[in-house]
Write a protein that binds this ligand. Structure first.
Ligand SMILES: C[S@@+](CC[C@H](N)C(=O)[O-])C[C@H]1O[C@@H](n2cnc3c(N)ncnc32)[C@H](O)[C@@H]1O
Length: 325
C-alpha cells in the first residue's frame, strides 16, 4: 500500500482483475498479472514479521473482542483473513469457531501455524480462495468480517453487501476501512493508493447506513498504531533486500519500500485514519441484541410457548422488542 496500500490498495477488486496502474518502483513493462503477483509477494515479504496485518495493536484487537460481546459457541467468517490472528485469538479467548478465507498461501500457512500454537486448530479452518467470489453454503454466521480488504467487494458498501448474506439476522459484521482524518491534498490519494470512495469518518458512517447497516461501535487506529503496522515493515523489507540482493523482484521491492515510506511520512500519518466498524443489518422487523446463544435459545423457547409475534407494529413502524434475558 505505499503505506496504506495493503489496506486500501489501488489493487484489483479481486485477484482476477489486476490493477493496470504500475506503482513507483515497479517495472514499467511488467504485465498486469505479474504486477498483481508482485504486489502480493511484496506484502508477504513486508508483513512477514507481523501477526496482525492492519493498524490495530494487540490491545486494540483484544478491545475489539470485548466490544463484540462474543457469545460462547459463536461462529465467524473472516474474508481476507490474512494470518488469521483475529480468528485464532478469539477462538482461544472465547471458544469461537471460525472460517478464514484468503488468497495468500504464505499468510494462510502462518495462520494455520498460529492456530496450532494457540491450541485452536480444531476450531478454525483456513481456506485459500478469492474472498470476492467465495460462497459459503453452511449456516449463516454470528459474525462476518472483512478487515482491511474492502476492495474484495469493490468498496465499503459492496463489501457490506457481500457480507450480508452470510450473516444471521441478529449477527454483527465487522469491517476495517480507511477514512480521511482531515481533508488531504490532491496528491495524497494517489501516493497512498486510496480509492476515490474513501471519505471522511462521518462519510464512512453514511456509507454504512446507505448499505443498510447500523453503526454500533468502533475501534480506531491512531498514529502510533499506524506506525506499528507501517513503519515496522521498513526494517523487515530492508533486511530482506540485504539478504536477497539477486532476487528478480529486489529492485521493485526497493522502489516499493521508498514509495511506501515516503507516502506514510508525508501523507499517511497526518491524513489517513483507519478503524474497525461494528455494524448490524437494519431490518424492517425486530432488532435483537447480540446476545449469548443460551439466552437466545431460552427466548426462542419462551416465544414458542407464548406463540406471540416477535415484533410490535406502532404507527406504521416496526419497533424493537425489548429482549428479556
Ligand atoms: C491488509 S491485509 C488484512 C488481513 C487481515 N484481515 C488482518 O487484518 O490481519 C489484506 C489481506 O487481503 C488478502 N487479499 C487480497 N485480495 C484478496 C482476495 N481477492 N481474496 C481473498 N483475500 C485477499 C491479502 O492476502 C491480505 O491477507
Amino acid at each position: 500500500m505505499g503505506v496504506a496500500r495493503s489496506l486500501q490498495p489501488s489493487k484489483p477488486r479481486n485477484v482476477h482483475e489486476p490493477d493496470a496502474t504500475p506503482h513507483i518502483g515497479w517495472p514499467d513493462n511488467a504485465p498486469p498479472v505479474r504486477l498483481l503477483t508482485m504486489s502480493l509477494r511484496f506484502h508477504e515479504i513486508a508483513e512477514s514479521r507481523h501477526r496482525i496485518l492492519n493498524p490495530l495493536t494487540d490491545d486494540k484487537l483484544d478491545l475489539l473482542g470485548v466490544i463484540c460481546r462474543i457469545p460462547a459457541g459463536a461462529r465467524q467468517l473472516d474474508l481476507a483473513c490474512g494470518k488469521g490472528e483475529m480468528l485464532s485469538r478469539w477462538a482461544a479467548d472465547y471458544g469461537l469457531r471460525g472460517v478464514g478465507v484468503d488468497i495468500s498461501k504464505v499468510f494462510l500457512n502462518d495462520a494455520r501455524s498460529r492456530a496450532e500454537n494457540l491450541g485452536v486448530a480444531d476450531r478454525v479452518d483456513f481456506i485459500e480462495a478469492d474472498a470476492g467470489t467465495y460462497k459459503d453454503t453452511s449456516e449463516p454466521y454470528d459474525i462476518v468480517s472483512c478487515i482491511g480488504a474492502t476492495w474484495i467487494g469493490g468498496g465499503l458498501q459492496g463489501t457490506l453487501s457481500l457480507l450480508r448474506p452470510q450473516l444471521r439476522p441478529e449477527g454483527i459484521a465487522l469491517v476495517g476501512e480507511c477514512y480521511w482524518a482531515s481533508p488531504p491534498p490532491p496528491e495524497a490519494s494517489a501516493a497512498l493508493g486510496m480509492s476515490e470512495e474513501v471519505t471522511s469518518l462521518a462519510g464512512t458512517a453514511e456509507s454504512i447506513e446507505a448499505a443498510g447497516f447500523e453503526l454500533l461501535e468502533m475501534v480506531m487506529a491512531n498514529q502510533d498504531s499506524w506506525d506499528r503496522y507501517v513503519a515496522s515493515q521498513w526494517w523487515t523489507i530492508s533486511d530482506w533486500l540485504r539478504d536477497n540482493p539477486a532476487d528478480p523482484d529486489a529492485s521493485a521491492m526497493r522502489g516499493f519500500l521508498a514509495q511506501s515510506r515516503r507516502a506514510h511520512l508525508e501523507y499517511g500519518r497526518r491524513y489517513l485514519g483507519w478503524g474497525v466498524f461494528v455494524v448490524r443489518p437494519v431490518t424492517s422487523g425486530r432488532r435483537t441484541l447480540f446476545e449469548p446463544v443460551d439466552a437466545r435459545k431460552r427466548r426462542q423457547n419462551r416465544r414458542q410457548k407464548a406463540k406471540k409475534p416477535p415484533t410490535v407494529l406502532v404507527g406504521g413502524f416496526f419497533v424493537s422488542k425489548i429482549v428479556r434475558r
